[in-house]
Design a protein around this ligand. Structure first.
Ligand code: SAM
Ligand code: SF4
Length: 316
């Protein structure tokens, strides 16, 4: 069992299948970075990812694996990877996507064993959407969400709120989620990537988000589940919403997340810019445990301290 002085264990794995992305959200990547247009990164094959996940699963008995990136739906064999993970006995396989390719891929993802999908949607107003995501396509994302709901995937929406950019979209997005009977989570900006030094000027806090929602709804808070990144509330007409408030309500103290990058490196925390290669480590359970113990040592006790590494690179 891999555990630390706070009793934390690894139970959920976030697997970043590729750092490539077809969007360029302003909070995630610097559009001046040439790599976002030309990046071709060597990434592992589904069976190679599965071998690594299997080694981890044997040691920590994972409860879920979430595929992320970059944009995971750009990874061509994504459905094959989902099937292999299910065959491995991972109880829940989930995915986070920008939604641009979801309308095409939702059915094959569901058929391969995916049940849960989070779609990032930061605005409904086309002009605001373009400000947040200049290379994005709002109509495709909306079609992706509705297709995923129609075929029975369990969909949640993630909305990253940036002060002065898209806070006007909080209430329309809450109504959009309510109309579809799905949960939406609002995210506080994390101190990461090229905004590492500048994040405070864009931070729209948990309190700010609640104040904005209070302009349209009355709501009550729900009990937080252990190890959950989000705290949840419910409006009087039963719209459930969450806030992932990394800065205002840090959740490091019972964090159970582990990250595996596209090139087979393990990270125990987004705050630490250095991974440990699982591929190059000894393949025995003891060798795997040793790497996982090092990753556990990267976790922060209470508060996320941030990193200049972009979410897109490490897998958000
Ligand atoms: N491309 C996919 C997407 O956008 O959903 C998956 C990867 S993306 C890095 C995963 C999540 O990280 C998204 O919901 C995005 O809003 C969030 N994210 C990116 N940069 C962030 C930041 N600096 N702070 C908080 N969340 C961030
Ligand atoms: Fe791409 Fe997701 Fe980052 Fe947006 S948040 S640039 S969609 S990786």
């Amino acid at each position: 069992m891999v555990t630390d002085h706070l009793g934390r264990q690894f139970k959920t794995l976030r697997l970043s299948v590729s750092p490539e992305c077809n969007f360029a959200c302003t909070y995630c990547v610097d559009v001046k970075d040439k790599d976002i247009h030309t990046g071709h990164h060597k990434t592992l094959e589904p069976n190679q990812f599965c071998d690594l996940v299997s080694r981890i699963h044997d040691v920590v008995n994972l409860e879920s694996v979430r595929l992320t990136g970059g944009e995971p739906l750009l990874y061509k064999p994504v459905t094959r990877l989902v099937s292999l993970l299910r065959e491995l006995g991972i109880p829940k396989v989930k995915l986070t996507t920008n939604g641009s390719l979801l309308a095409y891929k939702a059915k094959s993802l569901k058929d391969s064993g995916l049940e849960f999908i989070n779609v990032s949607l930061d605005a409904l107003d086309p002009d605001v959407f373009r400000r947040v995501t200049p290379r994005g396509h709002l109509d495709k994302v909306l079609k992706g969400i509705d297709t995923a709901i129609e075929i029975g995937l369990k969909v949640k929406i993630n909305c990253m709120v940036m002060k002065g950019v898209n806070e006007s979209q909080i209430l329309p997005l809450l109504r959009f989620a309510g109309d579809r009977g799905i949960t939406i989570r609002f995210l506080e900006l994390m101190k990461m990537g090229y905004l590492y030094h500048d994040f405070a000027s864009y931070l729209f806090s948990e309190e700010d988000i609640l104040n904005e929602i209070a302009k349209g709804y009355s709501f009550v808070s729900l009990k937080r589940k252990e190890s959950s990144t989000a705290r949840y509330w419910e409006t009087m007409d039963h719209i459930r919403f969450g806030i992932i408030a990394n800065d205002s309500s840090p959740f490091c103290s019972d964090c159970n997340r582990l990250r595996l990058s596209h090139d087979g490196k393990i990270y125990g925390c987004l705050s630490v810019n250095q991974g440990f290669s699982l591929i190059e480590s000894n393949e025995s359970p003891l060798g795997t445990e040793c790497i996982l113990m090092k990753a556990m040592g990267q976790k922060q006790d209470n508060h996320f301290v941030g990193s200049p590494l972009s979410m897109k690179a490490i897998g958000g």
